[in-house]
Write a new protein. Structure first.
Length: 370
């Protein structure tokens, strides 16, 4: 298999995943910066669900030691996830988002051409992924917004399950790293060291030098700092085994810029709550308009919220000195999936790649791809 062909095939493999891949030859160059040709060829055999070393060796038809060395190299880059299950090493391929985009950038110390990698990703940030009318790969939001937690003193109907701290308290491991989105743009004044991994994925990221392990108190302090800066907390769009807690800005982070930069408000992450303005208390000071990351608030005699743009982050509530804004449950409630598998299947069905995605979940039948 020649050098370009292997990257074309790897792009095809990644294209069937929920978030898909960007269009154009620039993405092939991105893959060539991150993966060596040998790594890319082996990556074609690594499924998106956990597989043993033996399974991958059988599919690849390569020497076991060479396969293990290549898998270890890709895991060190953050493009293959590895863990032990009852003493057996398991390996699985990361998708582009989350994974191949963020983790090599967050690590920052790989022997790759970082300036070129950041420049290529920045082009996609500015122009979108090149899809027809679709600036990102999935028709279903990757994440959902969590309202600002303990600061919302005037909330009418905030449930504990919707607060950011719930996921911090439940996590066995927590790591923090620098936001890849803000690293790519390079011109944002928001703090970067506020994006967190949760659970066993956080343990992996820390072991690979992509983040550092922190305790729950530090994690909560980071959330407070992020909210004070005007950042929006987002988590996976599923209820169980939440693995990411990002604190996003409207100028750099893909989950929000899909709306703020590319106008696709239908693809924005949305929380379970919406602001409710008490007109008799509102003094039209404009503080909420200034803090709103989605530009969903306008001021006339009182503040008015455009629910078609609002994500329910609650920053307007925490900043209102008059306590004129509270959060109420959004109607209808946005869809939240049971787990990552449910979200993934819904996304690939919606984008028409379910059959291809299912074929990439195991090593079975991959021998025919060589």
């Amino acid at each position: 298999m020649d050098k370009k062909e292997v990257y074309v095939k790897l792009r095809e493999k990644l294209s069937v995943t929920p978030m898909g891949v960007p269009d154009g030859d620039d993405f092939l160059e991105i893959l060539s910066i991150i993966f060596t040709p040998k790594e890319a060829e082996l990556a074609l055999m690594v499924p998106f669900m956990p597989a043993t070393l033996g399974d991958i060796v059988s599919s690849a038809g390569m020497d076991e030691n060479e396969v293990h060395e290549l898998l270890s190299s890709m895991a060190d880059k953050g493009v293959v996830y590895t863990f032990d299950y009852k003493g057996t090493p398991m390996f699985m391929m990361f998708t582009v988002i989350p994974g191949i985009f963020e983790f090599p950038i967050m690590k920052g110390t790989l022997d790759i051409d970082y300036p070129r990698l950041l420049a290529l990703w920045k082009k996609y940030h500015e122009k979108g992924w090149g899809k027809k009318g679709d600036p990102i790969g999935s028709p279903i939001p990757l994440g959902r917004v969590l309202a600002v937690g303990e600061e919302i003193v005037s909330s009418k109907d905030v449930l504990p399950t919707e607060l950011v701290y719930k996921y911090i308290d439940e996590a066995k491991y927590i790591c923090v790293g620098e936001c890849a989105c803000r690293t790519v743009t390079g011109d944002c004044e928001y703090p970067k060291d506020v994006c967190m991994g949760l659970g066993y994925g956080a343990k992996f990221l820390a072991e690979k030098g992509i983040g550092r392990l922190i305790d729950k108190d530090e994690a909560k302090a980071i959330v407070k700092r992020a909210h004070k800066a005007g950042l929006v907390s987002t988590v996976d769009n599923n209820n169980s085994n939440v693995s990411m807690l990002c604190n996003c800005c409207p100028c750099c982070c893909g989950q929000l810029t899909v709306a703020t930069k590319h106008g696709r408000y239908d693809l924005r992450p949305v929380g379970a709550f919406a602001p409710d303005v008490a007109e008799d208390l509102c003094i039209a000071c404009g503080t909420c308009e200034d803090i709103c990351p989605m530009k969903a608030i306008s001021i006339d005699d009182v503040a008015t919220v455009d629910l078609g743009k609002c994500i329910g982050c609650g920053l307007c509530v925490s900043e209102c000195s008059e306590e004129a804004i509270s959060l109420i449950k959004r109607t209808p409630q946005p869809k939240v999936y049971d787990d990552i598998r449910d979200w993934s299947m819904a996304a690939v069905k919606a984008k028409g790649t379910a059959e291809g995605f299912m074929g990439e979940l195991t090593t079975k039948g991959k021998e025919t791809k060589k």
